[in-house]
Design a protein around this ligand. Structure first.
Ligand SMILES: [Cu+2]
Length: 112
């Protein structure tokens, strides 16, 4: 079935592109807060990556890790909060002002 090959190729390169964005080492990744939602809500990064949350909503939000690994102040519109993840693991977080807002950062074990 040669006709399925182009679709498989597109799907594979799309997957590769997504993976590269999410796992770039030693760089910065942005999580936007918009309409009471963290985006992306589920993010996988390499150790050493700095994640910056940006509040695009017109009401305050705060980013708090479940086990207190990090905690932002209340972020007004356009305020930012950054945290550098140096250790592998899973970090679940929520908005302390709206606890139904949740997200997760997964830090992969280092390649070295
Ligand atoms: Cu909030």
């Amino acid at each position: 079935m040669a006709s399925t090959a182009p679709f498989v190729l597109v799907a594979a390169s799309l997957l590769l592109a997504m993976t590269q964005v999410a796992t770039a080492a030693g760089t910065g990744v942005t999580v936007t807060i918009d309409n009471f939602t963290f985006s992306p809500a589920d993010l996988t990064i390499m150790p050493g990556t700095t994640v910056t949350w940006v509040n695009n909503d017109d009401i305050p939000h705060a980013v708090v890790e479940t086990n207190k690994a990090f905690r932002s102040k209340a972020l007004d519109t356009d305020d930012k909060f950054s945290f550098t993840f140096n250790t592998a693991g899973e970090f679940s977080y929520f908005c302390s002002l709206h606890p139904h807002m949740t997200g997760k950062i997964t830090v992969k074990p280092g390649a070295n």
